[in-house]
Every structure is written in C-alpha cells, then in structure tokens.
Design a protein around this ligand. Sequence first.
Ligand SMILES: [Zn+2]
Length: 229
Amino acid sequence: MTFQRPTCTCNDAWHQRRRKVKLHHEKQDEESDAWKRLLDLINDAAVRNVEEWTPGSLMPPEEWHSIVTLPRQIGTLKSVRKLCLYGSSLVRIPPEIGEMTALQEFDPYTSYRLHWLPYEITRCPNLTESRISTRALYGNFKNRNPFPDLRHESDFLNSIRPKKCSVCNSPFDDTYTTRWISLNIATDVVPLLVFACSVSCIDSLPIPPDNYVLKPHRGGRSIEQPPRR
Ligand SMILES: [Zn+2]
C-alpha cells in the first residue's frame, strides 16, 4: 500500500469563492514517534555538522507526512547549507529557520500545503537559492491566492507566536502585532508572516517588489492585489 500524503483545498476556486481562506491550524503531535525521531535526526545532523539535510529521506513516509511543522531545534543546524523538504506535508516553518546561518539553498518543492514562511528567514545571510512551489503561495502573481485575514486568526497566531519580535529580535512584553509582507527570498517572492513588537518595527520593513501588495498588511478580502500575470 502506498502512503497518500494529505492534500490541501486552500487554493481551490470553491474555497476561495466561499471566503474560507484560513491559515492551516493543524497541530503537531509532539508525543509521536515521528516527532521524537525528527528531534533525534536534528541532533545527529548538528553533531555531525551535516551540510545537506533531507529529513524526509531519513524517516518512513507515513512518519514524515505526519510532520506539519519542523521543530524549533532546526536553529541548531549551523552547518546545513541545503535544506531539502521536497514533497513534505509541512504547513508552516518555525521562525528558528532564521538561525540556520549557513543556509544557502531552501528547497520545499511540491510542499503544496506550505503557503507562507516566517519573516525570520530573511535573517539567513547566505540564502541565495530556493525552489518553492510558488503557485501554493499566498499572493503569488500567477493566481493571487488571497491572504488569510490575520484579524480572524488571533487565537491561532497566539499559539505559534515566537518569543521575540520578527524584526528587531527584542523579547515581546504583552503585546504584538502581525502583518503579511511579500519579499524576495533567494530566487522567489514569498509571503512572510511578521510578528512585530511595535508600529515602528512594522514601519521599518522593506518595500515589497513591484507587482505585489506594496506595504505590510493584515490580509483578508479587502486587500487589493495587482492583476494576475
Ligand atoms: Zn520589534
């Protein structure tokens, strides 16, 4: 029996017409054997100073496809230059990817449920290559997939928020605010989720490339995107 990976209806015309565009809320089972194996694999890769890491090739397929996010410990992978997540079932990547200081190539190709990345990926100083299934991304120029409205996601966002501001890296006190912004990441334009401590951090974000929403925003149907290309 072959294993069928989970599918995604977010970008179906029906769901978009019905305005059901929401973030994936799938919760990671952190008690599972798969999660524990993945933590061991990260530890092993960190100890061995691995330069290319392909976790999906190191786990049984059914375990790999039960992984919806990566552990925060990926930040310990200081030697990994190429991160291969081909064909994963990931729905989000933790902000700690920004601590992978050697990362040059990010390859989550055909991870069709991965619609956005954390803003912290902009901290990877050596990241120059990416291979992303861009049609799955919010706001991509080919289909202009709508961005989920962050104002309707506060409980979920609270459950995944980092401990520090995505922009200035200061620890949060009680309050934070969230925005979408589309920016060039290596060879693709990618929608990034920002958790910011202040309006001044939002104001300091870079200007998005032409042909994308030109400022940070909260998503939702009221956001006007440029026409498809
Ligand atoms: Zn800040």
